[in-house]
Write a protein that binds this ligand. Structure first.
Ligand code: C5P
Length: 236
């Protein structure tokens, strides 16, 4: 199930709700990503409020702790009824398995669970020098993605340019959630390795995560429509 996810990187609940009001007449309810800044600032109630408006939610909290803590925390997030959430693959297979257990509801259902392999802000040089990981970054990403698959996760967050490495290592059903999306005619901001929504579709992304090209646009609804048209081939 492919979709366009809007990264709602606002610092408070009022701002994000005012932003989402603009989509009231849009034919498609955007899938919304809530990150650490908004969650820690506004608390779990903002998740409930956005959910009550009918949006799907990717709660991007990137958990990384001992398995028991991650299991219990995931249980709390599952009760919030989010649609997608994530952990760091660096927490090990045991930690990722604990995340799956905690997230799984009594009826066996659970939100989509993806792992962060290496953050796109981590260069190969720093990974090798500071984290003492001697493999190359592509090999590391493929290996972490395989660990995530072994632990029972649904996919990973990666740059669109890494999606093909992940699909090769884990199969085409393994989900690639990809930020770093820019329109051909817009600024890259602080993102380095970017692709257009149309290119992300070609490369095989399942979900694109788009922030500033929509949130900082003069016409966010029109920019969202453009993403949906390029990535999903749907006119809304
Ligand atoms: O504004 P922009 O489109 O760059 O936002 C991208 C979103 O995806 C932000 O919320 C950012 O934190 C997130 N992200 C990313 N790169 C990663 C993981 C998450 O840009 N590797």
């Amino acid at each position: 199930m492919k979709d366009v996810i809007i990264a709602c990187d606002f610092s408070n609940g009022a701002e994000v709700l005012a932003f989402l009001d603009k989509f009231a007449l849009c034919a498609r309810k955007p899938f919304v990503k809530i990150g650490m800044e908004l969650y820690y600032g506004a608390g779990p109630d903002i998740v409930r409020q956005i959910k009550a408006r009918g949006h799907k939610i990717f709660l991007d909290l990137k958990l990384h702790d001992i398995p028991n803590t991650v299991r219990k925390t995931m249980k709390v997030l599952a009760a919030l009824d989010v649609d997608m959430t994530n952990v760091h693959a660096a927490g090990t297979i045991d930690m990722m398995r604990a995340a799956v257990e905690g997230l799984t509801r009594a009826d066996g259902s659970r939100p989509v669970l993806v792992a962060v392999t290496q953050l796109t802000s981590t260069s190969e040089d720093r990974m090798q020098k500071e984290l003492l990981i001697n493999a190359g970054i592509a090999q590391t990403i493929a290996h972490y993605a395989s660990n995530a698959k072994e632990a029972g996760l649904d996919g990973v967050v990666c740059s669109p340019l890494e999606a093909s490495i992940v699909k090769e290592a884990c199969g085409k059903e393994f989900v690639a959630v990809t930020p770093g999306i820019r329109f051909a005619d817009s600024a890259a901001d602080d993102q380095r390795r970017v692709t257009t929504p149309a290119m992300a579709r070609e490369i095989g992304s399942d979900y694109i995560v788009v922030g500033r090209p929509i949130t900082a646009s003069a016409d966010p609804v029109e920019s969202y429509r453009r993403c949906v048209k390029e990535f999903l081939n749907e006119i809304i």
